[in-house]
Design a protein. Structure first.
Lengths: 412, 302
């Protein structure tokens, strides 16, 4: 399992790109990510989540973005079109379906571009066959998933069920709580995903509407700084541009061969993808300041959550505090890789662990139950679904019920 | 890529496989007049293949690879099927990602290569079977033509799903009894060439692979048009001798029969005026270049 990393003075390896310090056609200076986040002055801006996606992509030196409308990501995808028209990206177009869009993204990444796209809910599921393909082909594409319900009857409402489907695709899966997280995760996500020893795709997820369609104050680095470009030749696989020798890859294709070497090749490759996701920890920890955030995590009552469920929990904790009930909070930022050691450590003294979630299955609770001792401590919930909000009072009530305390019925 | 990039570092020359040494020594990289006649005398970009003995697809692969105007700057996009068993043997960069998404991959790839190498013409060529092109992938095939994406799509039409064991496909002829069409296919062979023409392809060709010179011309035309004008499409009949009950040596006859008058694969082309103009000018240039080369040779000999 992952070892604890001392965070003090840790920084992700600085970019050595030849264009570092040079200017692009938008007069932005290619800058190392450490300097963008830890040296440059950050200025508060009041923006919607969709605008935050636009602001992040303006500073990411993206080559290609492919768009397709689906609520609640349509606005962000269209805003990226606007900055493409201004000159921030090299290529941008509308695909014909999410399955095709993810293929177009793959083509652009095979050819050596930094690639960004957005999707949501049914779109994520329609695109699903592509995600393990991206991972297997080691394409560090970033997809921003603005989570939405995937059920029938038709729904456009927020719901994080789709993230559950992404967990074993071989992608990095990060979950933003706020618009600030979303901005930071998009920019930092490219850098982590593109490290030569990682080089797998990343899904930066946020809760649709709650994050995309609300306004929040977000600290932004100056617009005249942009990430150093993606260097395709750092790819552990050959870039498909005929700029490297076209050796015949093998004498016998591994597909359909029923022999040991074929099985061993596939097996080791699958393990390598999993290992690559694990190796992302060391780059992620300094950039995100750990895979989790903890607040009074030594308390006996603990809430562990990700996404906007964290925000609701913060308020629930304040309400409980007024009644003298002290609850700690753990915010999980990366679902893949999962912060196994971190969660084991922070839950060591907890007697009750609550996992509020915006989906019907309670997948985050399952993930936690699977890795900690005495997992009957985990209370799966409260969870809401179908686009329902999760008032802080619901979390308060559930905690009280679990503790055998009297509650007053909630009026919604 | 220039031919220099495939050169072997001297210290490692003795450990490089003989195929690679031959590639460096005798491949036709960089010769813009390369063609099917180089097969057998120059290093080919494919040696072995893992297809059935006598499979017309294998010879189609040889003709196509020999006809590429610039293999040193060509990237192939394949799909799932018999072709995906061959690509790992091919000495040109190639992508296999999923079944049916080949034209989506090629769209992203071509735009990226254009953006990364504005001064070099990087040819992108899709090569997929009829199931991938017409059935599962028709959406993406046609949408790439609607968008006028500048790459070439080649369809190996064997009129069925060969790799999975002979199931009905959209390009199968009406009435043919196959797996999943136990009473015979009950609708006509999809008219893909006409769809391609209407969807925006500037150059469309339908033919068999019985005559290598014709294949060479169609492939070259398609790639030249894709560089300058717009999308191009070549549909090649590569019968699956196994699934239509023929012997290894009968593939050629099957193709010849199907291209005679009244057959399903009588050679045809649809060319826009703009594409025709381009092809005519290239023809003139090639003629002049070959003539000049001949003169130069003569004068050297004299």
């Amino acid at each position: 399992m992952n070892k604890q990393v001392e965070l003090k003075n840790k920084r992700i390896i600085a970019s050595k790109h030849v264009k570092l310090g040079q200017k692009n056609r938008m007069d932005q200076t290619y800058t190392d990510i450490n300097d963008i986040f830890f040296k440059a002055e950050q200025t508060p801006n009041f923006l919607t989540g969709s605008e935050v996606i636009r602001e992040a992509i303006k500073r990411c030196s993206v080559g290609t973005s492919v768009a397709y409308p689906i609520t609640p990501q349509s606005e962000a995808a269209a805003l990226i079109g606007e900055i493409y028209a201004e000159g921030y990206l090299d290529e941008y177009f509308r695909g014909e379906s999410e399955f095709a869009v993810m293929g177009q993204c793959a083509g652009a990444a095979f050819g050596g571009h930094r690639v960004f796209t957005t999707t949501a809910g049914p779109g994520t599921l329609r695109a699903m066959e592509n995600f393990p393909m991206w991972a297997g082909a080691r394409l560090p594409i970033q997809v921003c998933v603005t989570c939405r319900g995937v059920n029938s009857p038709l729904s456009i409402q927020p719901d994080t069920l789709e993230m559950y489907y992404l967990l074993e695709t071989g992608m990095l899966v990060w979950h933003a709580e706020t618009a600030q997280d979303l901005f930071d995760f998009i920019m930092k996500g490219f850098i982590v995903a593109e490290q030569p020893d990682v080089h797998v795709p990343i899904a930066v997820c946020c809760d649709g509407f709650f994050v995309t369609h609300t306004k929040d104050t977000v600290d932004l680095p100056p617009l005249d700084l942009t990430l150093t470009p993606y260097d395709p030749y750092q790819n552990p696989q050959p870039v498909m541009d005929m700029e490297t020798s076209p050796i015949r890859m093998m004498r016998d294709p591994f597909v359909m061969k029923s022999n040991y070497i074929s099985y061993a090749t596939h097996a080791s490759w699958q393990q390598e993808i999993k290992a690559a996701v694990e190796r992302s920890r060391k780059h992620t920890i300094p950039l995100l300041d750990g895979l989790i955030d903890e607040y009074n995590a030594d308390r006996e009552l603990l809430i562990v959550a990700s996404g906007t469920a964290v925000s609701q929990s913060r308020e629930a904790i304040r309400l409980l505090e007024e009644e003298g009930i002290k609850v700690g909070l753990v915010k999980i930022k990366t679902i893949r890789p999962f912060p196994t050691e971190e969660i084991r450590r922070v839950t060591k003294h907890a007697k009750h662990i609550f996992v509020p979630e915006f989906n019907v299955v309670g997948w985050l609770a399952r993930e936690i139950k699977a890795i900690i001792p005495d997992n009957e401590r985990v209370y799966v919930g409260p969870h809401v679904c179908g686009g329902m909000t999760m008032p802080s009072e619901v979390i308060v009530e559930q905690i009280k019920i679990q503790l055998g305390m009297e509650t007053t019925p909630l009026r919604m | 890529m220039s031919k220099e990039k495939i050169q072997i570092c001297e210290d490692l020359a003795d450990v490089m496989p003989p195929e690679y040494q031959e590639l460096v020594a005798t491949a036709t990289y960089g010769n813009q007049d390369r063609g099917w006649k180089d097969i057998g005398s120059s290093k080919e970009l494919i040696e072995q293949h893992s297809l059935c003995a006598g499979c017309p697809e294998s010879i189609a692969f040889r003709y196509i690879l020999a006809s590429l105007p610039a293999p040193e700057d060509t990237v192939f996009v394949g799909s799932t099927g018999c072709t995906s068993l061959v690509f790992p043997h091919v000495a040109v960069h190639n992508i296999h990602s999923l079944f049916g998404n080949q034209n989506a991959i090629a769209s992203g790839l071509k735009r990226t290569l254009k953006s990364r190498f504005p001064d070099v013409e990087k040819d992108v060529v899709v090569l997929a079977g009829d199931g991938a092109t017409v059935d599962i992938g028709l959406d993406m095939t046609m949408q790439s033509w609607f968008r006028l994406e500048k790459f070439t799509t080649i369809c190996f039409d064997n009129e069925l799903y060969a790799n999975t064991g002979g199931q009905e496909s959209g390009l199968m002829q009406k009435g043919f009894v196959a797996k999943m069409a136990p009473k015979g296919k009950n609708f006509e062979k999809v008219r893909l060439a006409e769809i391609a023409r209407e969807a925006g392809c500037a150059y469309v060709a339908v033919l068999t692979v019985s005559k290598p010179n014709r294949v060479e011309q169609a492939i070259k035309n398609a790639i030249y048009v894709a560089r300058e004008v717009g999308p191009s499409f070549v549909q090649l009949y590569t019968p699956c001798i196994l699934e239509i009950g023929k012997q290894s040596m009968e593939g050629l006859d099957e193709m010849k029969d199907s291209e005679t008058i009244g057959g399903r694969f009588v050679q045809k082309e649809y060319i826009t005026d703009e594409a025709q103009k381009l092809l005519d000018s290239i023809k003139e240039e090639t003629k002049a270049r070959k003539k000049a080369a001949k003169e130069a040779k003569k004068s050297v000999n004299a």
